[in-house]
Write a protein that binds this ligand. Structure first.
Ligand code: DGL
Length: 264
C-alpha cells in the first residue's frame, strides 16, 4: 500500500491520453502529470536536447515523491528511457514503446505493420529494432511531425488534419498493412481521422491501455497500490495555451484543474 502519486510526463497534451487510461484501470491512484507545453514539440529535436528536457521533467516530478514515473512520450522513450533509468535510481520508470511492441507481437494476425511517430522516434530505430527480434513481421515506418502541432491546437477532425493525415498515410495504403501503431501519444486524438483514411480493416494500436496494465502489474508486484485512495489528478504545464482547457475537457469529458509551473 502506497499513497504516493504516479508521475506521468510528455512534451505536451499527448500524455494525457495515457492519463485517461490509467484513471480507468487504476481509479484510486493519485496522479501528477507534467506537460512541457513551453517546449513542445520534442520530436523534431536532437537526442541531446530530448535527454536534457526529459531529465528536467523528471526532476520536477520527483518533488512530488512519485512511486513510479511513466514516460508518456514515445520520443523520450526512444531516446532517453535508458538514460533516465541510469541517471535516476530512486524511482521506477515505465516507457511506452516496450508495452506497445509486446501488444502487437501478441496479436496473431498481423504480418504487415505500419508504425507512425515523430521524426526522432522513427529515426531512433527503436521500434524497428524491437520488432526485428520477432520473425515473420514486415515493418514500414513514417514520421508524421505535423500531427503534434495540430493536436496541440485541438484540430482533431477537420479538413486540414484530414489532408495532412492522407498525405502521411498514403504509403501504408499501398503496402496493405494490417496493423498501424500510433507511436506517439499525441496521435490517439486523431484516431477517427486516421481510421477514415486507413480503413476499418486495419487494427490501430495505441500504447495507453497496455501501459496502464503494465503499471497495474508493477504496482501489484511491488505492493505499491493505493487501494482506498480518491484518485486525485493534478495537471501541470510549463505554458498554458488557449487550447489546453478545451482539449482537457474533450479528453476527460469534464473540467480538470491544471496549473502553470515555471519550474522547468
Ligand atoms: N507525444 C510525444 C511522443 O509520444 C512527443 C511529441 C512531440 O513533442 O513531438 O512522441
Amino acid at each position: 500500500m502506497n499513497k504516493n502519486p504516479i508521475g506521468i510526463f510528455d512534451s505536451g497534451v499527448g500524455g494525457l491520453s495515457v492519463v485517461k487510461e490509467i484513471v480507468k484501470v487504476l481509479p484510486n491512484e493519485n496522479i501528477i502529470y507534467f506537460g512541457d507545453t513551453a517546449r513542445v514539440p520534442y520530436g523534431t529535436k536532437s537526442k541531446r536536447i530530448i535527454r536534457k528536457f526529459a531529465l528536467e521533467n523528471v526532476n520536477f516530478l520527483l518533488k512530488f515523491n512519485p512511486k513510479l514515473i511513466i514516460i508518456a512520450c514515445h520520443t523520450v522513450s526512444a531516446y532517453a528511457s535508458s538514460y533516465l533509468k541510469k541517471k535516476i535510481k530512486s524511482v521506477k520508470f515505465i516507457d511506452v514503446i516496450e508495452p506497445t511492441v509486446e501488444k502487437v507481437v501478441k496479436l496473431k494476425k498481423n504480418k504487415k505493420i505500419g508504425v507512425i511517430g515523430t521524426t526522432a522516434t522513427i529515426s531512433s530505430m527503436r521500434y524497428q529494432k524491437l520488432f526485428s527480434k520477432h520473425n515473420g513481421l514486415t515493418v514500414y515506418t513514417k514520421d508524421c511531425p505535423l500531427f503534434v502541432p495540430i493536436v496541440e491546437e485541438g484540430w482533431f477532425e477537420n479538413e486540414v488534419s484530414y489532408k495532412i493525415a492522407e498525405i502521411y498515410l498514403n504509403k501504408f495504403k499501398k503496402k496493405k498493412i494490417d496493423t498501424l501503431v500510433l507511436g506517439c501519444t499525441h496521435y490517439p486524438y486523431l484516431k477517427k481521422t486516421i481510421k477514415k483514411i486507413i480503413g476499418k480493416n486495419v487494427n490501430i494500436v495505441d500504447a495507453s491501455y497496455e501501459v496502464s496494465i503494465k503499471t497495474k502489474k508493477i504496482l501489484e508486484e511491488n505492493g505499491l497500490e493505493n487501494k482506498n485512495g480518491k484518485g486525485e489528478i493534478k495537471l501541470y504545464f510549463s505554458d498554458i495555451s488557449p487550447y489546453i482547457e478545451r482539449t482537457i475537457k474533450i479528453l476527460f469529458g469534464k473540467k480538470v484543474k491544471y496549473k502553470l509551473t515555471k519550474n522547468v
